[in-house]
Design a protein around this ligand. Structure first.
Ligand code: CO8
Length: 258
């Protein structure tokens, strides 16, 4: 599939997906979401890819769902088209880690897309917000649920009710992003982080992702039980033997995803 709204490349073991609708600050329309779902699904299946990075431009990660595309839609259109749902589910279904590299605006659906990734590294120019309230709607790609889990009820409620933006410093302080880096270093830093993950055993990486995500979906007791089972299971892998032997022999491990 040749993409019209994305630029994709594999650099070393990393699939770099750049949202590319510069005239609309990377607003998410149906075509972009469909192409993104396709690119993520293919990268997730591609043995040459170990980590996926989603990024935008310096000015905008994505300024939200495409308002032009949505403006004339009716309730019946939205409900029957299942607008965006299947595509966002495809992104959430990826087993490989996905890093959002956010510079500039990450608003509405753009903020929600970043939050669907496994973690966010932001440039010091990043601005996050859920300004849908200004359009007479609310967030629709998980923003009321995920932002609340990231930053707590008070801040999430204020952002959803007023539409105000959060800058990178506040986003880091509130736990929305894992790190803030100077804008000029964003991609380099994210690719170095991705390379670090790519060195690990893909089996333990997938297990860690699954277990951390499980913490959102279950009670503490059930989550810890889930983690314990995943932990025991890793002792059935060659990579666990290799990782521990390498530590004891004071050398770097050679993981083989086995
Ligand atoms: N949709 C469509 N076009 C957009 C969008 C958008 N979300 N954002 C920006 N653009 C376009 C502008 O219309 C403009 O196009 P043109 O040059 O043809 O007029 C171009 O991008 C540049 O934008 P601006 O001139 O406005 O740039 P500024 O630097 O002055 O402002 C802002 C930047 C502050 C980001 C401003 O563009 C803005 O406020 N954008 C809208 C932000 C917004 O409201 N986002 C939420 C959208 S709704 C949403 O995301 C719901 C998600 C849930 C979907 C769930 C489905 C199930």
């Amino acid at each position: 599939m040749a993409y019209k709204t994305l630029i994709t490349e594999i650099r070393d073991d990393v699939e770099l997906i750049r949202l590319n609708r510069p005239d609309a600050l990377n607003a998410l329309n149906s075509q972009l979401l469909c192409e993104l779902a396709d690119a993520v699904t293919k990268a997730d299946r591609d043995p040459k890819v170990r980590v996926i990075v989603i990024t935008g431009s310096e000015k905008a990660f994505a300024a939200g769902a495409d308002i032009k595309e949505m403006s004339e839609k009716t309730y019946a259109d939205m409900a029957t088209e299942n607008f965006f749902t299947n595509d966002s589910n495809a992104i959430l279904a990826a087993r490989k880690p996905i890093i959002a590299a956010v510079s500039g605006y990450a608003l509405g659906g753009g903020c929600e897309l970043a939050m669907m990734c496994d973690f966010i590294i932001a440039s010091d120019t990043a601005k996050f917000g859920q300004p849908e309230i200004n359009l007479g709607i609310i967030a629709g790609l998980g923003g009321t649920q995920r932002l609340t889990r990231f930053v707590g009820k008070s801040k999430a409620m204020e952002m959803h009710l007023t539409g105000r933006f959060m800058d990178a410093t506040e986003a880091e302080r509130s736990g929305l992003v894992s790190r803030v880096v100077p804008a000029k270093n964003l991609l380099e830093d994210v690719m170095a982080t991705a390379a670090k993950i790519a060195e690990k055993s893909a089996i333990s990486v997938a297990s860690a992702k699954e277990a951390v995500n499980r913490s959102y979906e279950t009670t503490l007791t059930e989550g810890v039980l889930f983690e314990r089972r995943a932990f025991y299971a890793l002792f059935a892998t060659e990579d666990q033997k290799e990782g521990m032997a390498a530590f004891l022999e004071k050398r770097a491990p050679q993981f083989r995803d086995k």
